[in-house]
Ligand binder design. Structure first.
Ligand code: 16G
Ligand code: ZN
Length: 537
């Protein structure tokens, strides 16, 4: 049975702070790092139980708060195939994290065990990784204490990007099977990506430099490691904001979230040599998001900045993959998955080419929707996304007999792309390489890529409200059903502007409500966004 004694004792060293309510959401459990100790200990307990439930398969735990400030942290559970934790466990994580006494903790664990009929005596295996935040060390110790109390086998993966941890989880669980995803080591990860990349760019001539803003986070050491596996003629990286030890630097005035939200270059670019036409990109703090950008004129002029966000990556990937599928002569359906945040013109562009679906915000929704296609391209506008090749699509690509040399070449490219793309979750490094491959193969610079469609002017506002739980949505978060009557007012306001769209949803990661607005005319954007925010507040 449950080692009640051990858990009780260990739990005393990780007391829950009073008066704080935790919630397991789209980002796992995330808040200020200094109140997360008990939560991490308890996630250790739950991680072990999740593994036991799945017959000892390896579960992942990632300690990170992604793009959030350095003083925040969080912990997220990764399921055996490298996917997000099964949704039915989330409320249990919340309940267990909130138990106010040892007795309540044991009771909530027992409830989880009964609900999912867990054999507590089964084996458990858990791998954990963490980002560069100073708080990680202590939080990881709390996780280890939780895992140890449950007698789980523990694998310390060390400093990792979130997608690397997802990769390792999948590799551990598929090792030695026909579906082996790769070697469950750092080297395995870099080799898989670099070999596929080199295959795809070989013979395409030397590349031009790519400037990468690493957000002063874990993406910096990971990128540095990757470049050891790829000759400079194939990938010429200029890594900026790589100060992982500078206090307060993480995500500060830089990173994918900053660039996307503010629609501008990272702060301090004026001391760096950035020229019009240079290809640049930004990772977020745990390197699971990437956005690209370039300048079409002098850096000092605001209108010079051109963002190539998740929507633009989706359009590039969808176009390129569709073309390869056609050339290869295989019958595969390619589809795209977006959220309400996708720019209206990106949706219009994609819909003229491929089937497009819309899901609520959060990787778990997009990922599952993308699995419905043979090749599912999913990206959030913020730069998180990937491409999924269904098992049958992978088989079709592997086994197809090409009808021409061109078809054979397309099949080989598709085969290499299957390896290049981290299919467990969005991966800044893998997505960056994907973009580089496509641009190289088309002999495109950022301008040609940007030419697909023009973004509608858009804005996201954060509104503080008394109780965000009263905001309930439908239609993939595009409409409010509660508070009653509010949607009608939003509709009325939106109707006053040309080609306008707006929606309101409660944040899943912060205590606020977000307002999204886009308009055909840039001059009307602020009026609409502020108008909707006023209706909400
Ligand atoms: C989480 C999600 C991310 C989403 C963001 C929205 C995962 C792994 N991450 O970080 O995809 O864009 O939340 O945040 O699902 P919000 O709910 O605060 O707007
Ligand atoms: Zn992230």
């Amino acid at each position: 049975g449950l080692p009640v004694q051990l858990i009780n004792e260990a739990s005393k060293a990780h007391p829950k702070p009073e008066g704080i309510k935790f919630a397991y959401g789209t980002a796992g459990l995330r808040t200020k790092a200094n109140i997360l100790d008990s939560t991490c200990f308890r996630i250790g307990l739950i991680g072990a139980l999740r593994s036991k439930k799945l017959g000892g398969k390896t579960i992942g735990l990632m300690v990170t708060a992604s793009h959030n400030p350095e003083e925040d942290n969080g912990v997220k559970m990764v399921d055996p195939r490298g996917e997000m934790l099964e949704a039915s466990w989330e409320p249990h994580c919340t309940e267990i994290a909130n138990a106010t006494s040892e007795e309540e903790l044991i009771r909530s664990l027992q409830k989880l065990i009964t609900t999912f009929k867990i054999d507590v005596n089964a084996d458990a295996s858990v791998i954990f990784g963490y980002d560069t935040r100073p708080s990680c060390k202590e939080l990881v110790q709390a996780i280890v204490d939780g895992l140890s109390a449950m007698g789980a086998h523990i694998i310390d993966a060390g400093l990792k990007t979130t997608p690397q941890l997802h990769y390792l989880v999948k590799c551990h669980n598929t090792k030695g099977t026909p579906d082996a995803y790769g070697e469950p080591t750092d080297e395995g990860y870099y080799k898989k990506l670099s070999e596929a990349y080199i295959k795809l760019v070989a013979g395409k001539g030397p590349g031009t430099p790519l400037t990468v803003d690493c957000a002063n986070g874990v993406g910096a050491p990971a990128l540095l490691e990757l470049t050891k596996y790829i000759p400079k003629e194939h990938l010429d990286i200029r890594a900026l904001r790589t100060s992982t030890n500078a206090s307060g630097a993480l995500n500060n005035g830089c990173g994918a979230d900053y660039v996307k939200t503010n629609q501008c270059l990272p702060a301090g670019y004026d001391k760096e040599d950035v020229k019009a036409g240079d290809r640049m990109c930004s990772f977020d703090g745990d390197a699971d998001r990437v956005v690209f950008y370039y300048l079409k004129g002098p850096a000092t002029a605001k209108e010079s900045f051109r963002l190539l966000d998740g929507d633009k990556i989706a359009s590039l990937a969808a176009d390129h993959l569709s073309e390869l599928v056609k050339k290869a002569g295989v019958e595969l359906e390619l589809g795209c998955v977006q959220t309400a945040y996708a720019n209206g013109n990106s949706t219009k562009y994609l819909k003229q080419r491929v089937p497009v679906t819309c899901t609520p915000t959060g990787v778990k929704y997009l990922h599952h929707a993308a699995e419905k296609f043979d090749i599912g391209v999913y990206f959030e506008a913020n730069g998180h996304g990937t491409v999924l090749f269904s098992p049958s699509a992978q088989k079709a690509i592997k086994e197809a007999s090409p009808s021409s040399p061109a078809a054979q070449d397309a099949l080989e490219q598709l085969g290499a792309l299957i390896d290049l793309i981290n299919q467990t979750v969005g991966d800044a490094i893998s997505d960056m390489l994907l973009v580089e491959v496509i641009l190289r193969s088309r002999q495109w610079g950022p301008t040609e890529w940007d030419g697909a469609y023009e973004d509608l002017p858009n804005k996201i506002l954060k509104v503080n409200v008394k109780d965000r739980s009263i905001f309930k949505t439908e239609d993939a978060e595009r409409r409010l059903v509660s508070p009653e009557g509010l949607q009608a007012k939003i509709d009325e306001l939106v109707g006053k502007y040309k080609d306008a769209r707006a929606f309101v949803r409660p944040s899943g990661t912060e205590d606020c409500v977000r307002v999204y607005a886009e308009t055909g005319l840039a001059s009307e954007l602020s009026a609409l966004a502020n108008g909707v925010a006023k209706l909400v507040a």
